[in-house]
Each structure stands twice: as C-alpha cells, then as structure tokens.
Design a protein around this ligand. Structure first.
Ligand SMILES: *Cc1c(COP(=O)(O)O)cnc(C)c1O
Length: 373
C-alpha cells in the first residue's frame, strides 16, 4: 500500500482535464503575470469568503509581510503571536524590525490563549497575530474583545485554515480570515487550496488597507511608474491562478474529504490510553489541514514503528520558535512557554489529504492500535 502524507497527484488526476485546459488557456493568451485570470480568481475567492477584498500575492510569507507593512508601524512596535507556529509568522516581524512578543498556546487547541495576551500588552503593542493552526480557528471573539479595548490590529494567519468556519456566540458564522483587520493565506501545494507552486493572498474588509496592500505588493506603485512608498514584488502568476480557480470549485468537497478521514481517525483512535486525538472546539469548524495527535510518552517510537510499516507521519513542529537559533536574540529561554515546548515533544501529524481510502485509513489506524496494544 502506497500511503503518502499528502497525495497531490491523486487529487490532480481527478480534475486533470479541467486543470490542463485552464493552464492551456493561460498559455494561449500568454498573459502570465497579473491579467484577467488573476482577477477572476480573486473575485471568486472573494465570493467564497464573503469578504470585501482579496489581494493575491507571491506566497503566504509575503502576505504576512505585506500585511505588516500596510499598518504603518515603527521599528520596535510590538506584535503578539505564539511560538508554536510555522516560522514565517515570526520571520516577517524580525525582517521588519518589529518586536515579536510571544505567548503560549492552549494544550488542547494548539492556538493562542487569549487569557495570556492581556498582561503582554503595553503602549508599544500594535497588533495580535492569531494563527489558526492545523485548520481550526483561534478564539476570535475573545481576541476581538481584547483588540477593541486596546486599539490593536488583528492579522489572522489563516494559511492553514482556508474554508474553516468561525461560529460566533450568537450563532452567526464567518469564514476564517474575515474576522480580523487583515488575513493572510498561502496556496503552498499542500495547503487546503494548493497551487502547483507558490502563491498567497490577503483578505480584508477595509478599503484603505486593501488599496495600500495592493500597492505594496506591486512595488509601492500608485499610478504606473510612480511610487508612493517602498513596496515588494509579490504576485500570483496567472497559471497558478488558473489552477487555483479550478480547484476552488472543489474546495468544499476537498474539505469534506479531509473531515471524513478525520472522523474515521477519531473513531478508531479514541479511548487509546497514551494517545490524545484532536480536540474540536465549539466556536470553529475544523478543516484538518493536519490531523495531529498527541502521544505524551512514546511519540518517536510510534513514528518509527509506523515508518517501518510504510506509514509516513510528520512532526509539526519539532522545536518551538523561541528555542530556534535564529530567534535567540529575542531573549526567551527554555521553560518560558511550557505548553509549546511540551507539544513539540508529543505531537504527531498523520497522513491527511483528500484521497485517503477506507483501506488506507484502516491500515493506519490498526497499525497505531497494534503499537499501543
Ligand atoms: C504555510 C504557512 C505560512 C507561509 O506560507 P508560504 O506560502 O509557505 O510562504 C505562514 N504561516 C503558516 C501558519 C503556514 O502554515
């Protein structure tokens, strides 16, 4: 049995004709950068998300950088996020000479704990960057409350949560990334909506931020060859936009396939002593960008046991960011974020994609049960 962490080719084969046609169409028109296809995709994604503006860009990391540049911050301004995330979240802050201020995550959700945010806020704090890790939203209602009281921006790192629904206490729902001031998304091939290369997008409901971000992503240009600010060259190319536009039509189906696989995992793996299945919160759907279990005692042994049976698994993330060499200058030490540190030693992400078969899931889950028996 050939089990992969992510089966991109299998997914492509099912929609090959449509994707090939869309790519050929771009080649025929030979508008490879910007142009109609990119606009069309932005429009369709805008509609899917129910948000006022979608601005495509080169990748998710650029999206985070463009968002931060659009806020008119000053060197040393403080931005609150967590150490249990992909490095990009922190990296762009460092590059822009902003000060990342870290707070720990919740042991059950892997997401930022709003209770810990309040005592890290001071006059230099300008923004919160919640990460909707593994496909489940952070507690946005609590964070929105904190941001309103302290006049802070919220930049959602929604790179792993395209399609996730946030559920407000009053029962209304909104797509992940449409709740804060700006959201950043990535179309890296393995993300919920993956390109055949790099891609990214920003979303916002704020007209001024939208036009500012559009300008920043295009060299800070106002009108052609007139530059009002220092910008970047960050754009989604038309072939990627064409591919993404086809795949967007299937996004809800893709998500349903991930959720179905997660349900099989949940049922087969619940109740095993020494293994904790992902916790689902009441305020968010879960699109399972990753299906991440916790194995407090023998995670590494389980991983090699599975590898010997041809079952891949991944550790997201093996070392929290405050303990990474590049970020020692922030002055954090081991013990500062005990939950993130503990998680890095016990998380294990199982194969998760849109093409998992019942047979494969049965093989994976029975192998895990065998390990614990
Ligand atoms: C993937 C990812 C990014 C960066 O996206 P790229 O397109 O790879 O630059 C940022 N933050 C999180 C949480 C991610 O998962």
């Amino acid at each position: 049995m050939n089990i992969q962490m992510v089966d991109l080719y299998g997914q492509y084969q099912k929609i090959k004709d449509e994707i090939d046609l869309a790519m050929q169409e771009v080649i025929r028109t030979s508008v490879f950068v910007k142009g109609g296809k990119v606009n069309e995709f932005e429009e369709n994604l805008k509609e899917y998300l129910d948000v006022n503006h979608v601005i495509s860009c080169g990748n998710g990391t650029d999206a985070l950088q463009i968002a931060m540049m659009a806020l008119d911050l000053e060197e040393g301004d403080e931005i609150i996020t967590t150490p249990f995330t992909f490095v990009a979240t922190l990296e762009v802050l460092a590059l822009l000479k902003l000060k990342p201020v870290l707070v720990d995550v919740d042991i059950n959700t892997f997401n930022i704990r709003p209770e810990l945010v309040n005592n890290r806020i001071n006059h230099k704090t300008k923004a919160l960057v919640p990460v909707h890790l593994f496909g489940q939203c952070a507690d946005m209602e609590s964070l929105s409350h904190i941001s309103r009281e302290n006049n802070l921006f919220i930049i959602e790192d929604a790179c792993q949560a395209l399609g996730t629904e946030y559920i407000f206490k009053n029962g209304l729902t909104a797509k992940a990334g449409t709740i804060g001031d700006i959201a950043c998304n990535s179309f890296f091939p393995t993300k919920n909506l993956g390109a055949f290369g790099d891609g990214g997008a920003l979303y916002t409901n704020n007209d001024d931020l939208a036009s500012n971000m559009r300008s920043i992503a295009n060299h800070g240009m106002s009108k052609r060859y007139y530059y009002q600010q220092i910008g970047m060259n960050s754009r989604l190319d038309a072939i990627q936009a064409a591919i993404l536009d086809v795949k967007l039509k299937y996004l809800d189906q893709f998500i349903a396939a991930r959720q179905a696989a997660a349900t099989v995992y949940d049922q087969a793996l619940s109740g095993i002593p020494g293994l904790i299945i992902p916790v689902r919160v009441s305020y968010s759907s879960h699109t399972f960008h990753q299906y991440t279990i916790q194995v407090p005692e023998k995670r590494d042994k389980l991983q090699s046991f599975l590898a010997n049976k041809g079952i891949p698994s991944m550790i997201y993330y093996p070392r929290p960011l405050h303990l990474q060499e590049a970020y020692q200058y922030l002055g954090y030490r081991k013990g500062d974020f005990p939950v993130s540190e503990e998680l890095s030693e016990q998380v294990l992400s199982l194969p998760m994609h849109t093409e998992l078969t019942e047979e494969q899931l049965e093989y994976i889950t029975s192998s895990i049960r065998e390990f614990f028996s």
